[in-house]
Design a protein around this ligand. Structure first.
Ligand code: PRP
Ligand code: ZN
Length: 295
């Protein structure tokens, strides 16, 4: 196989993570042109291309060296690792989106008194390796029924007594008269790569990409607050700022006693918080989104 110079990242073609993946990569300065069949994105400007695939295939593609990196839920990464029994892959960065949990759910009206209640039951899942590991840790003997999809309808079809599936909002469980009773794994999207990174152009690209990912994730959700006030009010205003940031207070030219305050707030600033800051004496409040940061 000819050595590849361009970095290739595997991302979910369509699904829960797709939109946030593209958003992140775009914020990292990557632009793409999509192939006609929609399976490949050619990077314009930077030497980084995307392969659009099913999320479950992503760890395998990195393991085989077809792709250098992938963006995938930790649930998929851990299921792969539990299956192949090796740790050739690792999460390079948690990405803070796609939060969900791999959970045990049972019919709404069934009783549950802890993992022991699952003994002797049939549990349907697309995550047989993680489920088996969890059952072993709980010392519970249950039958694992592996399904590729539509796990949530198995109890109604009578092919299983319980399920082990991803839960994000809980809407799927609710619609299927199931209730969540135990958590097997907490998950979020991760940037995944091989344990030993390549030491060539691709390695260099991974390095700058990681720096940019950090620059984006560090300030995600942050807001820059700008305001003017009389210097006397500054202490009260700072006390009203959420998340206790340490603001910069600047003297305003030609207006003694007047200052400008700027503060990076980790949380979104709601109307109530802004109104409280205004009552503390702030004027001309501006809330600006923060796109990226470089330390
Ligand atoms: C998961 C899971 C449920 C749904 C749960 O599927 O299988 O169907 O999301 O979300 P909710 O609690 O918000 O209803 P996913 O989108 O990951 O698809 P996949 O399993 O085909 O990758
Ligand atoms: Zn999937």
């Amino acid at each position: 196989m000819m050595a590849r110079e361009r970095l290739r990242i595997a991302v979910q073609k369509s699904g829960r993570l797709s939109e946030s993946c593209f958003d992140l990569l775009e914020r990292c300065g990557l632009r793409f042109r999509r192939s006609r069949d929609g399976l490949f994105c050619y990077g314009e400007g930077e030497p980084v291309d995307l392969l659009l695939v099913r999320d479950d295939d992503i760890p395998g593609l990195i393991g085989q060296g077809v792709c250098d990196l992938g963006i995938v839920g930790r649930n998929v990464l851990e299921e792969y690792a539990a299956g192949v029994g090796a740790t050739a892959l690792r999460s390079l960065r948690d990405l803070g989106f796609g939060r969900c949990r791999l959970a045990i759910a049972i019919p709404r009206e069934a009783d549950y008194g802890g993992p022991g209640s699952l003994a002797g039951l049939r549990i349907a899942t697309s995550y047989p390796n993680l489920l088996r590991d969890w059952l072993r840790r709980q010392s519970v003997a249950a039958a694992v029924v592996t399904l590729a999809g539509s796990v949530e309808i198995a109890p109604r079809l009578g092919t299983a007594d319980a399920i082990c599936d991803l839960v994000q909002s809980g809407a799927t469980l609710l619609a299927n008269q199931l209730r969540e009773v135990d958590c097997v794994l907490d998950s979020e999207a991760a940037l995944v790569g091989p344990v030993s990174l390549p030491v060539d152009e691709r390695g260099d690209a991974i390095e700058w990409l990681l720096r940019r990912v950090d620059g984006v994730t560090r300030v995600r959700g942050s807001r820059l607050l700008l305001l003017q006030a009389a210097r006397d009010c500054v202490d009260a205003i700072i006390a009203a700022l959420p998340g206790a940031p340490s603001p910069t207070v600047l003297q305003m030219d030609g207006r003694p006693g007047e200052v400008m305050v700027q503060a990076l707030c980790a949380d979104e600033l709601g109307w109530r918080q802004l109104e409280a800051i205004q009552r503390a004496g702030a004027r001309e409040l501006f809330v600006l989104p923060v796109e990226r940061a470089l330390a």
